[in-house]
Design a binder for this molecule. Structure first.
Ligand SMILES: C[S@@+](CC[C@H](N)C(=O)[O-])C[C@H]1O[C@@H](n2cnc3c(N)ncnc32)[C@H](O)[C@@H]1O
Length: 258
């Protein structure tokens, strides 16, 4: 049996002792030396319960995971290494062999999923067409939330890897694409494309349509981005076990079985 995780303690003695008692303490809180600590202070959106990954994926807590290119991660555009670990734990818990990812970027997460799906597995990863740096999007969104990445890097981390045999790249706007043409049904969907509310809603609806009953849904940028958090919160009653994973910007849930 996996050890029960005790939960993070708030308002502990250490918390009280760490209250800012001087101007120096206040300044250190405004400008921590590690920019990642600063960024995490703003992971505050969304109403889902925050749960520890071990509670959410108990059967995967001791799973052997294959991690590739761990030093080639950009947590400002991709996931942190801990988030990647949680995504792979989710894959192991669901025993997902067929996965769809929205938002390829440089392909680090795609590569790592493909490294863990087994010989017969398949990871379908979707990104906007490579030819246009400024594509016209299918949904009207706040322009500040356009996040079209450099077209030269899309999928670059898996191009020369043997795992590429288990990856299928699809190019198109996730809201314009006919998801029925994808080789589903899927065991798992990872939603990490455009982070505008309208896209997260549309991608989630489409993912639910191609997921198997009981399939795993994971969203990135929950808690950090207001639009993502608001959209995911709206699936509260339509997805089983929905929650956010502590220490990450991941939200997870399972497609209802009936
Ligand atoms: C945050 S990055 C994905 C990171 C990747 N999942 C990872 O874990 O490394 C978002 C990607 O979604 C793509 N994207 C943005 N809008 C999109 C849309 N409407 N349809 C498909 N892909 C989109 C961007 O080009 C970008 O590469």
């Amino acid at each position: 049996m996996p050890k029960k995780y005790g939960g993070l303690r708030r308002f502990s003695l250490k918390w009280w002792l760490a209250l800012p008692f001087s101007l120096g303490d206040i300044w250190r809180r405004f400008a921590p030396k590690d920019p990642m600590v600063h960024a995490q202070c703003y992971w505050w959106y969304g109403d889902l319960p925050r749960r520890h990954p071990q509670e959410v994926f108990p059967e995967a807590a001791y799973a052997d995971l294959r991690l590739l290119n761990v030093g080639r991660r950009d947590p400002t555009t991709s996931t942190t290494l801990f988030e990647l670990g949680c995504i792979l734990m989710g894959r192991a818990q669901a025993d997902a062999r067929r996965i769809v990812e929205v938002g390829t970027f440089d392909g680090n997460t795609t590569l790592n999923l493909a490294a863990n799906v087994g010989e017969e597995g398949l990871v379908v990863t979707l990104d906007l067409p490579l030819e246009e740096q400024e594509p016209e999007l299918g949904l009207a969104i706040d322009q500040a939330l356009r996040n079209v990445t450099n077209r030269q890097v899309v999928g670059e981390q898996f191009q020369d890897r043997p795992e590429k045999a288990r990856i299928r790249q699809v190019f198109g706007d996730s809201a314009k694409l006919d998801w029925k043409t994808l080789p589903g049904p899927f065991d798992m969907a990872f939603i990490d494309g455009c982070h505008a509310y309208e896209y997260v809603k549309s991608d989630t609806e489409n993912a639910l349509a191609v997921l198997k009953p009981g399939g795993l849904l994971m969203w990135h940028d929950y808690a950090e981005m207001e639009d993502v958090s608001r959209a995911v919160d709206e699936f509260r009653n339509r997805v089983d076990g929905i929650c956010a994973l502590q220490g990450t910007r991941l939200a997870v849930g399972w497609k209802k079985k009936a």
